[in-house]
Design a binder for this molecule. Structure first.
Ligand code: NAG
Ligand code: NAG
Ligand code: NAG
Ligand code: NAG
Ligand code: NAG
Ligand code: NAG
Length: 793
């Protein structure tokens, strides 16, 4: 629940903000619109019209200008007393001059089929104004299809040709199934018949390979026909030929097929397809040099009566650009059916054409029927608008209204369509600028691959009706010294003044009072010459600098600068004021009107803690960061500040020296932090440092809203412990305990021994031994005296 409540709480102010911005914008444009008309009083009606679609001109002669301008918004002209009949304000208009409805099915010729409605629109547009036209597009069923099969007949296509001979009938049946109005044609190509493309050795020209036909460039074998059987027959008679290098001259063939309208037999209103079947890459512009052919391709038809390309060895291959231009102009869509090794390069090629497709052809062309059908369906599944010849000054904008009421702004195509579906495009036509030579502009729009188009004729309203009634050498303009046009005098050369009353040579010509804004400023702001009370502003040395205005007081170079560029380089300088491009505001266009940089991760503007000004967040007191996401002084930031305090105050902690330099504050060491803690904004934090001592710091806001961190100089460490006595004590203890154990052991042993001895004594006293002779003892039986025995002497 928390975040939701919070959101709605914040949305309300932002909605109000939005509304305010909108209102200011609207008021802004309104005020600006008014200004645009009357600023510096345009001198003629035509100039007034160019100011914008809201500007009108009062052609009434007696209209007192005074401070008012003849060019203004209508309401103000009326206020100033201009008669309604004299107000020149031609309105833009749209007239549908041809609007036959869409057809539902095709016809044999395709000529009375309508796939696009309306067919012609006439627009009258004032400069700066735009009109919207809706164009409906439907692919009708049974729309005529012209398919020209262009086949590479080099030796490697031998097996393909054999297959195609049998598949031809299939292909035709398949296409007949799609449209009953189907025509097919056939042409073949190899390459230019000069070295190094072919072998010029004697005999090789006529039979480049065993059983091959003579070499040739391009030949139109069968012009487009509805006699489909003829296609099979002609295919049956084809023979492969041969050349030397791998790339083939298919571009020559494509170009001739596209440009030879009559010889090939293309119908004006039909879907035109060329199936380009090959298993090799292509030669293009520039490759002709190898064979000494330097003349560029002229994109013209050069087929003789037998259908052979006559300029084969005189003109270079066409360039990709030439082919794109020719195929698009004629609305022909190529289908590149090429083998697997070549598909990548042909895909790249197809991407350059609008409405082209590249598909993989099996090695023996066995899938060609499926491929053509598939490609045809793909091409038919989308409708894409193109406008090939939009004149300068016209700007187009598309909105696609596709199936299922899908509206795609800025898109000129609809996809996933089936035959019979109707889609529409809203096209906004804007006359951005008046054409140099005036008059009518004309261009057309058509869906890619369709024979139908919508013509748009734009009548530019860059001059006023009243100009037609202009009176040259009118009496009103000082007895024939000027032309009276739309209520004002256009003076002849040498004459000046509202009614051309002043002659450049006369006395009043030197009166300078009318050339000063007030008597304190210089004549014509020192930037021009005063003649007959009119300033003629002098040209500046730098041709990009312009000076204008009644007193030459305006220019387009003395506006505020940003980044050393006038108006930040994002606007024009209009009489000292920057007129910023959209998306920029500020006196020097230094502010981005975009607010996306202010939107924080949670989607709120500046996290709800600030306002978006100049594309940047201006945060409330405690907050900081690009989207006011940081609140260094908010409670709970102890942990966040700990690392920086540690590294700065005690050179300890996890923060590296490098990161330490990035810390958002510099600590101040104080004797005691406790003194400041009674300030409610200040938070006290306490942590244990690496050396086990407690350190204390406080953070809060300083005078300039910066983060102030005070760190207590002394840490609170636990009292120090002397280790030596403890060790000695332990050692002594161990020794003493050992000794004690030893003594106890000794005592126990002694007691035990004594005990045993007493027991032995007692046993001994108890025993009564009887004296007896050992029963084993025997008396000696003989006695000898040792003879050497001397006896006891
Ligand atoms: C033509 O279409 C019908 C039904 O749409 C289908 O049954 C028939 O097989 C198709 N014929 C060919 C040759 O594809
Ligand atoms: C498209 O144009 C038609 C007629 O001009 C208009 O009624 C319709 O609102 C437009 N649709 C869109 C989405 O602009
Ligand atoms: C122009 O004005 C002069 C006097 O200011 C006059 O003599 C002359 O007739 C006028 N008309 C023409 C056509 O110059
Ligand atoms: C400027 O004009 C005012 C009246 O318009 C006058 O009082 C003043 O004296 C003039 N100053 C000079 C320097 O001519
Ligand atoms: C001033 O206006 C002229 C003519 O419109 C233009 O070419 C030039 O770029 C402008 N200069 C600046 C500084 O805007
Ligand atoms: C901290 O002090 C250093 C050196 O005096 C200085 O460069 C740096 O900008 C200071 N940092 C802050 C956030 O004030």
């Amino acid at each position: 629940m928390g975040p939701r409540q919070r959101n709605s709480y914040v949305r309300l102010p932002s909605a109000v903000l939005c509304l305010t911005v909108l209102v200011t914008l609207c008021l802004g444009t309104l005020a600006e619109g008014d200004d645009v008309c009357s600023k510096n009083s345009p001198a003629s009606c035509a100039e007034c019209l160019r100011r914008g679609p809201q500007c009108a001109w009062c052609a009434e002669e007696s209209y007192v200008e005074g401070s008012a301008s003849r060019c203004d918004v209508i309401s103000r002209l009326q206020e100033n007393g201009c008669a309604a009949s004299q107000i020149q304000n031609p309105a833009s208009a749209t007239v549908i001059s041809q609007g036959r409805p869409l057809s539902s099915t095709g016809s044999q010729t395709g000529s009375d089929v309508t796939q696009v409605s309306p067919q012609e629109v006439r627009l009258s547009l004032r400069p700066g104004d735009s009109a919207q036209v809706q164009m409906q597009v439907r692919q009708v069923k049974d729309y005529p299809v012209d398919l020209y099969y262009l086949m590479d007949l080099s030796k490697s296509m031998d097996n393909d040709l054999q297959n195609l001979k049998t598949l031809g009938v299939n292909l035709i049946n398949k296409m007949r199934n799609i449209t009953s109005n189907f025509r097919v044609g056939f042409g073949s190509f190899v390459d230019k018949t000069v070295a190094p493309y072919v072998n010029l050795a004697p005999g090789k020209l006529n039979e480049p390979c065993g059983g091959c036909a003579p070499v040739f460039g391009f030949r139109n074998v069968l012009s487009l026909t509805d006699q489909a059987e003829e296609f099979s027959v002609q295919l049956g008679q084809q023979q492969v030929s041969g050349n030397l290098d791998q790339p083939e001259g298919g571009f020559d063939a494509l170009m001739q097929t596209a440009v030879c309208n009559e010889k090939i037999g293309w119908r004006e209103k039909a879907t035109k397809l060329i199936v380009f079947a090959s298993d090799a890459p292509f030669h293009s512009a520039g490759d002709g040099k190898l064979g000494g052919i330097l003349t560029p391709n002229d994109a013209k038809c050069h087929l003789d009566s037998s259908g052979t390309y006559t300029e084969l060895n005189n003109l270079d291959y066409p360039s990709v650009g030439q082919l794109i231009a020719v195929l698009e102009e004629r609305n022909i869509q190529p289908i590149f059916a090429v083998t697997g090794e070549q598909i990548d390069i042909y895909r790249g090629l197809a991407n350059m054409f609008s409405g082209a497709i590249a598909e993989t052809l099996a090695e023996d062309s066995s899938n060609v029927v499926f491929l053509v059908e598939d490609a045809y369906k793909k091409l038919r599944s989308e409708v894409r608008m193109q406008a090939p010849n939009v004149p300068e000054g016209i700007e187009l904008q598309f909105t696609a209204l596709c199936l299922d009421n899908q509206v795609i702004e800025g898109a000129a195509e609809c996809k996933n369509l089936a035959v019979g579906d109707t889609v529409a495009f809203n096209i906004t036509v804007k006359l951005a600028e008046c054409p140099q030579d005036g008059g009518e502009l004309q261009f057309s729009l058509n869906p890619v691959g369709f024979g139908d188009e919508m013509k748009i004729k734009v009548t530019t309203m860059c001059s006023c009706d009243c100009s037609v009634d202009a009176v040259p050498d009118s009496d009103q303009c000082s007895a024939g010294n000027g032309t009276l046009e739309c209520g004002v005098c256009v003076c002849n050369t040498g004459r000046y003044g509202q009614t051309c009353e002043c002659n450049a040579d006369s006395v009043e010509a030197v009166d300078e009072t009318k050339c000063r804004m007030d008597n304190a400023t210089a004549v014509c702001s020192s930037r021009g010459d005063c003649l007959c009370g009119q300033c003629t502003c002098s040209a500046r040395q730098d041709p990009r600098e312009k000076v204008w205005g009644k007193f030459c007081e305006c220019d387009n170079f003395s506006c505020l600068r940003h980044d050393r560029l006038i108006c930040g380089g994002r606007g024009t300088c209009d009489c000292g004021q920057c007129v910023c491009e959209s998306g920029w505001t500020g006196e020097a266009c230094e502010c981005s009107a975009r607010t996306d940089a202010c939107i924080s991760e949670n989607g709120e503007v500046c996290n709800g803690h600030g306002t978006c000004e100049c594309g940047k967040c201006k945060c409330e007191d405690n907050f900081a960061g690009p989207t006011c996401e940081e609140c260094p002084t908010c409670p709970g930031k102890c942990e966040g500040n700990k690392g920086c305090v540690q590294c700065q105050a005690f050179q300890s902690g996890d923060v590296t020296d490098v990161d330490c330099l990035q810390c958002p504050f510099n600590v101040t060491m104080v004797d005691s932090v406790d003194v400041v803690v009674d300030d409610p904004e200040t938070q006290l934090c306490r942590f244990r440092d690496d050396d086990d001592c407690l350190f204390t710091f406080s953070y809060g806001k300083g005078d300039d809203n910066s983060l102030v961190v005070n760190v207590q100089r002394t840490k609170e460490c636990p009292p120090e412990v002397n280790i030596l006595p403890i060790i000695l004590g332990i050692v002594a203890g161990i020794v003493l305990i050992g000794l004690a154990i030893l003594i106890i052991w000794r005592v126990l042993l002694y007691l035990y021994d004594r005990n045993e001895y007493q027991k032995f004594e007692r046993e001994q006293q108890k025993t009564k031994f009887s004296s007896d002779i050992n029963p084993l003892y025997r008396e000696t039986t003989t006695k000898f005296l040792n003879p050497t025995y001397g006896g006891n002497k």
